[in-house]
Design a protein around this ligand. Structure first.
Ligand SMILES: [Zn+2]
Length: 306
């Protein structure tokens, strides 16, 4: 099996100002993901002749421009996944009832726009717990796609959070337990602990390269920051997997200058690359995988095959 899924987390710009402890952006910048990046992803998928999975944050859909974008994506055959209602980075630290409500509200907000409850769930900030996944499962979620067993990412995130603390600011981000690094790197059913195999909810882990190449992150940020050559190299290091779960963010197709996001560029390294550079590197990685026989499917379609 050689399936490739491209999923895009639609974290809007205020999510990033919250991570970095910065003030709220102005309105046009605050909508850059839905108004600027989403149309670019639609064009990219049309170019590839394929469909993707867009994970929406429920509360964003109260705004007309965001709801219209989701309706358009759904009508064009893209999958809409649930990225929680509030996108709280500390969701896993809340009690079970608060977690349940956040997942349920996220699902309801999407269903109100598309007429269909989403099948998949992705937790904010790649952070899950057994409690969270039990709640998701009880709510009838078909698959989860949040587990990211990536040592380099884990180390970098720990370091970044420490740096933010040292600068005297407060980040809203939360680190997962290091046990996540022992989780399976290919699709599995969750067991007694979410990092173990069992008979529970289907987990589609986020892409990492082979163990021999250091389980490097194969996600939008790392690929978009790479040259086209390195992007193709990364793609070859993940091309043994039955499912390449290529997770991107809306901001991956944002441009600091074109989209009025220069204020965020000192904090957000991917905004220091031009849109054109990032688009070319992402396409190079995807084309490398297509050349080795991968077929692009939505995550829901991938889930149905495992
Ligand atoms: Zn997110």
């Amino acid at each position: 099996m050689r399936l490739l899924s491209l999923s895009i987390d639609l974290d809007e710009i205020p999510c990033y100002t919250a991570i970095h402890g910065l003030p709220m952006p102005e309105e046009s910048a605050a909508r850059a993901v839905y108004q600027r990046a989403v149309p670019r992803f639609e064009a990219l998928f049309d170019e590839l002749g394929a469909r993707g999975t867009f994970f929406a944050v429920g509360q964003d859909l109260k705004e007309e421009h965001a709801a219209a974008a989701i309706a358009r994506l759904h009508a064009a055959g893209h999958e809409i996944g649930n990225h929680s209602f509030h996108h709280r980075y500390d969701l896993t630290r809340r009690d079970a009832e608060t977690i349940r409500r956040d997942i349920a509200d996220g699902s309801a907000a999407i269903a109100a726009v598309t007429g269909q409850a989403p099948l998949g769930f992705r937790a904010p900030g790649y952070t899950v717990t057994d409690t969270l996944l039990e709640q998701a499962s009880a709510l009838g979620v078909s698959y989860d796609s949040s587990v990211f067993p990536c040592p380099p990412y884990y180390g970098a995130k720990a370091l970044a959070l420490w740096a933010i603390t040292l600068r005297g600011r407060t980040s809203h981000s939360v680190l997962d337990t290091p046990r996540v690094l022992t989780a399976p790197t290919d699709p599995y059913r969750i067991g007694a602990h979410y990092t173990q195999r069992g008979e529970g909810l289907l987990e589609l882990p986020i892409g990492v390269t082979s163990l021999a190449s250091g389980q490097l992150p194969f996600i939008g940020t790392s690929v978009a920051l790479s040259s086209e050559r390195t992007a193709r190299w990364l793609a070859r290091r993940i091309a043994h997997r039955p499912l390449v779960n290529f997770e991107l963010h809306g901001i991956d197709l944002c441009d600091a200058e074109l989209d009025g996001l220069s204020f965020l560029a000192p904090h957000q390294v991917d905004l220091r690359r031009s849109l054109e550079h990032k688009r070319r590197s992402l396409l190079a990685a995807v084309r490398e995988l297509l050349d080795t026989g991968y077929e692009i499917v939505t995550l829901a379609e991938a889930a149905s095959r495992f």
